[in-house]
Design a protein around this ligand. Structure first.
Ligand SMILES: O=P(O)(O)OC[C@H]1O[C@H](O[C@H]2O[C@H](CO)[C@@H](O)[C@H](O)[C@H]2O)[C@H](O)[C@@H](O)[C@@H]1O
Length: 244
C-alpha cells in the first residue's frame, strides 16, 4: 500500500448523508483511522470535497489532512494553501443574495453559501426539486460562462467554471508526496465521476460508494462499509477489495 495515493470524498463517502449540510457527523473512529493511513502512505492522503477547506478542518480537528475544497477550487498540500477569495466573485455574491430571497417563500429549500460557490438544496422539500433546478439553471445562465452548475444529491451548486475533482487530483499527483504513486479515489456522487475518469486513465483504482451509474471500477455499499474497509487497510496494510 505504500505506493498508493489515497483521495477520499467527504459527504456520502466518509460520512453519511443527513437532512441538512450542517448536521453532518463524523464517526469518532474515523480521524484516527485516516491519521494512521496518512502515516503509512507517507502523507499521500487527501480529502477531495465540495465543502470549503475551513469546514473540513473544523470537522476533523484536531486532526488535519491535505484537502481540496469547493470541488477543487481551493486546495492545501502540507503548508501550501490556495484559497478562493469571495471578493473576486462580486456577481456570484450578488446572486447568493438573490437566491436567498428566491427561497424565502419555499420552506425546506436551503441555500448553503460557501463564499466562492453556492448550493441550493432540496432534500427537505423534494416536491420543490423542479423549482430548485430551474432557479439554479436560470442563475447560472445569468452569471455567464465563468460559472457552471454542478448537480449532486438533492442539490444544485453554482461555482466558478474550470475547477473539478479530476483536474485537482491531477494537480495533487504532480506534487510530493503524491507524485509517482498509484491513485485510489473513493466517491459517491456526480461530482466524483470526473475524478474516477482521471484515476482510471492513470491505472489507479476508482471506487463508488452506493448505487448509481458510474465509471468507477469498484463499489462499496455505504459510508459505514467504507469506514470498515479503511480501518482494515490501516490495520493490515491491505485494501480488501483488490488486495493490492
Ligand atoms: O464532494 P462532497 O464532499 O461529497 O460534497 C458534496 C456536497 O455535499 C453536501 O451536500 C450533501 O450532503 C448533505 C449532508 O449530508 C446533504 O444534506 C445534501 O443533500 C447533499 O447534497 C454539502 O452540503 C455540499 O456543500 C457539498 O458540495
Amino acid at each position: 500500500m505504500d505506493h498508493c495515493a489515497l483521495f477520499l470524498d467527504f459527504d456520502g463517502t466518509l460520512v453519511d448523508i443527513v437532512e441538512r449540510p450542517e448536521a453532518v457527523a463524523i464517526d469518532p473512529a474515523l480521524p484516527p483511522i485516516l491519521t494512521c493511513l496518512q502515516e503509512q502512505l507517507n502523507g499521500a492522503l487527501a480529502i477531495i470535497s465540495g465543502r470549503p477547506i475551513t469546514f473540513l478542518d473544523r470537522a476533523f480537528a484536531p486532526c488535519r489532512f491535505d484537502s481540496a475544497g469547493l470541488h477543487g477550487l481551493e486546495h492545501r498540500i502540507g503548508d501550501k494553501i490556495f484559497l478562493c477569495d469571495p471578493n473576486d466573485h462580486p456577481d456570484l455574491r450578488d446572486m447568493v443574495r438573490r437566491l436567498q430571497d428566491a427561497v424565502l417563500s419555499k420552506p425546506g429549500l436551503l441555500i448553503e453559501d460557501k463564499g466562492c460557490s453556492v448550493a441550493l438544496h432540496w432534500r427537505l422539500a423534494p416536491h420543490e426539486k423542479d423549482f430548485a433546478r430551474a432557479t439554479a439553471q436560470a442563475a447560472v445562465e445569468a452569471l455567464g460562462a465563468q460559472y457552471r452548475i454542478q448537480y449532486g444529491k438533492a442539490v444544485a451548486e453554482i461555482a466558478p467554471s474550470g475547477a473539478g475533482k479530476g483536474s485537482i487530483i491531477e494537480q495533487f499527483l504532480q506534487q510530493s508526496p503524491y507524485r509517482g504513486r498509484r491513485p485510489v479515489f473513493v466517491g459517491d456522487d456526480l461530482t466524483d465521476e470526473n475524478g474516477f475518469k482521471v484515476v482510471n486513465i492513470r491505472g489507479g483504482l476508482s471506487v463508488r460508494v452506493g448505487a448509481g451509474e458510474t465509471v468507477a471500477a469498484q463499489r462499496v455499499g455505504t459510508p459505514s462499509d467504507l469506514r470498515h474497509l479503511l480501518s482494515v487497510w490501516a490495520r493490515t496494510g491491505t485494501l480488501s477489495f483488490d488486495g493490492r
